[in-house]
Design a protein around this ligand. Structure first.
Ligand SMILES: [Zn+2]
Length: 305
């Protein structure tokens, strides 16, 4: 009797004055724990998250739906459904249209999205940009949306190197160029009043986070700058995927100081345990206090094989 663990994001909504931030998800993928935790020995990281028999750990694919006045903004689009079946099996991706289903629970369809903000162009963050239509053509998933991408990130994605080739896919970007839906931004950029993007390099050279402010409160979507809470608590823990690990550590220190100064809500994109928390400092160490309502649903499912 085998048993597998199933993780599900628990959607929560943060209200910042007139801005509403819904923490949604495009499901869960299982990735190699060594890639996720980099140089950190397994005996340490397996206390944070238990790997499966293939040494994979669950990674949540959180995205945001932000309502700001009349504007509906999606932040990242998950991994989408264009991967072939073999690749889906390798990462244990279950179900289809996961993000679209989460949007539907808010009463929203793909045509309701005005802006898609992309933190960077790795496939697990922008695979949902595009989808296969009935004839098998790759088309934009959100037909009315303008997709915002950093100029340097776009260049890196269009001309990948030996190391980045496995996660930068033209089919996530080119259809947006052809349809005229791509907007290239350069550096920190205001989106609408109370919402802006800010460069947070390290994971990629032009990785960006998204900051939301209203009603005297701030929240930040950390994406792969700090994708699990423990990466704040252990500043030396840096994923093997990060292209510039020392820059990642510098970025994390800067973000930690900012988070403490503003008592900001922190939204962790890949943390399988919880999605939202706040940072505290105790005896010179950082500690992430989870928002209880954002703890993932975890089930042990028994199977007869
Ligand atoms: Zn990434």
């Amino acid at each position: 009797m085998a048993s597998t663990r199933v993780y599900r994001n628990r959607p929560v909504t943060l209200t910042l004055g007139s801005i509403r931030v819904h923490v949604l998800s495009d499901g869960v993928v299982w990735w190699d724990g060594g890639g996720m935790f980099g140089l950190t020995p397994k005996v340490l990281w397996q206390r944070v998250i238990r790997p499966d028999e293939l040494n994979r750990v669950p990674m949540m694919l959180r995205t945001l739906l932000v309502e700001a006045g009349e504007t509906r903004i999606l932040v990242d689009t998950g991994i989408g459904d264009k991967l072939p079946d073999k690749a889906r099996r390798q990462i244990n991706l279950q179900g289809r249209d996961r993000l679209l289903q989460d949007l539907a629970t808010l009463g929203l369809g793909p045509e309701d999205i005005d802006i898609v903000l992309l933190t960077h162009l790795h496939n697990d963050h922008c695979g949902g940009n595009t989808r296969l239509d009935e004839e098998g053509r790759v088309v934009p998933t959100f037909p009315r949306a303008e997709y915002w991408i950093q100029r340097r990130e776009l260049a890196d994605a269009m001309f990948p190197n030996e190391r980045t080739r496995g996660t930068y896919f033209r089919e996530n970007v080119e259809p947006l160029m052809q349809s005229g839906q791509l907007r290239v931004i350069d550096g920190d950029t205001d989106v609408v009043p109370g919402i802006w993007t800010t460069l947070t390099p390290g994971h990629t050279a032009s990785h960006q986070c998204v900051v939301m402010e209203g009603g005297g409160e701030k929240a930040i979507f950390l994406a792969d700058a700090v994708s699990w809470g423990v990466f704040f608590e252990r500043l030396a823990w840096v994923p093997a995927y990060d292209l510039e690990p020392m820059v990642s550590i510098h970025t994390k220190k800067r973000l930690a100081r900012w988070a403490l100064r503003h008592n900001a809500w922190l939204i962790f994109q890949h943390d399988a345990r919880f999605g939202v928390g706040k940072l505290e400092e105790q005896d010179g160490h950082y500690l992430v206090r989870p928002l209880e309502a954002s703890r993932s649903v975890v089930e042990e499912v028994r199977s007869n094989d």
